[in-house]
Design a protein around this ligand. Structure first.
Ligand code: ATP
Ligand code: MG
Length: 392
């Protein structure tokens, strides 16, 4: 049985690695300039060229039984045209909503899911009006082509806005969003099968460094009943609104006034990587089960799980030797800050897991004097990440 994945990055890689063990074969649809090193050897890579018919693309992909995506920046018309040959999950209309921040926010509003106050802007006048309305600090986010904090501008004071206006030609669609003073970031990882059954993984706490996910831990600790019932309500609204199939990741902020949803990912997600070691069924396996009509696997965590992204670096050998850790590398060429792999950890004790994560972060990113260390913002790591993670 062949499954086609649109995209050829690390998420496609991990879907295929899991899927090969389940007896599936894979093909990948990539754009002409997309790197496919992550899926080398895992299936044929088809380069899409504008003008190629959906029938031809489908044949070149090896007539898959189902098509799925590893990213939301995809050609929706092509996916819709491919639906005449086999199912495409999640439905292209859902991916269409998630690939544009403005549409995504409108959708969240429509189904009554809380998010940060925002305004749509696409020129300087609209930006000024939006700042008057929303106030500062605020974040301007491009509606498309935004990931890992790219194409976002943080405005703390008026001078930042003026500098932005003077240096950037604002002629593209954006949202201006109030900066949220959150206590924690967490994500909801949901999976729904073709019969409408759904399961959720334990909530995952996430730490970002300059807009890029650095660590995840699950299950999130000290989450009170009020927040839990808000999460239940948010899940209900998505399940009710969408005939969703596969993994859906919902990135959230925990604030004093409750949960706010920041972003949706209609696919497997970096904050769900811990499930490869820390849960009975990984997010990759459950996504494949869902889209191929199989029954879903259990989503409970074995204990406490953690994940550390390897940004621009590989894991030190001390980490490779640990009995409760697992290292995944994506076969990418190293570049500062680039996601090259991740480390998963499990532990029966949350405090000891935290200590171990702190130790690994120090090993990987900590030595400021070593010029070979990856160029990630160590100051921020020290201030925000390491000091936060350091056990009392
Ligand atoms: P990714 O796709 O990698 O999740 P992204 O580029 O799509 O990231 P966001 O998820 O919107 O961007 O933002 C990245 C990070 O920036 C968030 O996880 C959060 O840490 C911070 N951030 C985003 N929006 C806000 C906000 N309104 N207030 C405070 N912090 C924010
Ligand atoms: Mg995000």
């Amino acid at each position: 049985m062949r499954i086609a994945v649109v995209g050829a990055g690390q998420l496609a890689r991990m879907l295929a690695l899991e899927g090969w063990a389940m007896g599936f074969q894979f093909s990948f649809l990539a754009t002409h300039d997309e790197s496919s090193v992550c899926v080398d050897g895992l299936g044929s890579v088809i380069r899409y060229q504008a003008g190629t018919s959906a029938a031809e693309v489908y044949l070149k992909l090896g007539s898959p039984v189902v098509i799925t995506v590893e990213k939301e920046d995809v050609d929706i018309d092509l996916l819709k045209a491919l639906q005449q040959f086999c199912p495409v999950y999640p439905d292209p209309s859902i991916i269409h909503v998630c690939q544009h921040r403005g549409r995504e926010r409108d959708f969240l509003n429509k189904i009554g899911v809380p998010c940060a106050v925002y305004q749509k802007v696409s020129n300087v006048d609209e930006l000024s009006a939006a700042i008057d309305l929303i106030g500062l600090p605020a974040i301007l986010k491009s509606c498309v082509a935004g990931y890992d904090g790219l194409n976002q501008w943080h405005f703390e004071k008026r001078a930042d806005v003026i500098k932005f206006i003077n240096t950037t030609d604002l002629s593209f669609q954006c949202i201006l969003e109030r900066k949220v003073s959150f206590t924690r970031e967490f994500s909801i990882i949901l999976v729904r099968d073709i019969n409408g059954n759904h399961l959720r993984y334990p909530l995952t706490q996430n730490r970002h460094c300059k807009g890029v996910l650095l660590t995840s831990k699950a299950p999130v600790q000290d989450f009170d009943t009020r927040l839990n019932s808000q999460v239940d309500d948010i899940i209900k609204r998505f399940i009710h609104a969408w005939n969703y199939v596969g993994i859906l990741a919902i990135e959230c902020f925990e604030t004093d006034s409750g949960v706010l949803v920041n972003e949706l990912a209609p696919r497997v997600h970096n904050s769900g990587h811990w499930t490869q070691l820390g849960a009975n069924t990984s997010q990759f396996q459950n996504h494949l089960r869902a889209i191929t009509g199989m029954v879903l696997g259990a989503t409970e965590a074995w204990g406490h799980a953690g994940m550390i992204n390897l940004l621009g670096c590989t894991a030190p050998s001390a980490v490779l030797c640990q009995s409760n850790s697992q290292v995944h590398l994506y076969n990418k060429n190293p570049r500062p800050g680039r996601k090259l792999g991740h480390v998963n950890l499990v532990h029966y004790d949350d405090r000891q897991l935290t200590e171990q994560m702190y130790q690994i972060l120090g090993d990987v990113y900590g030595d400021k004097n070593d010029s070979k260390r990856p160029e990630i913002p160590l100051q921020i790591l020290d201030k925000v990440i390491l000091s936060d993670l350091k056990p009392e």
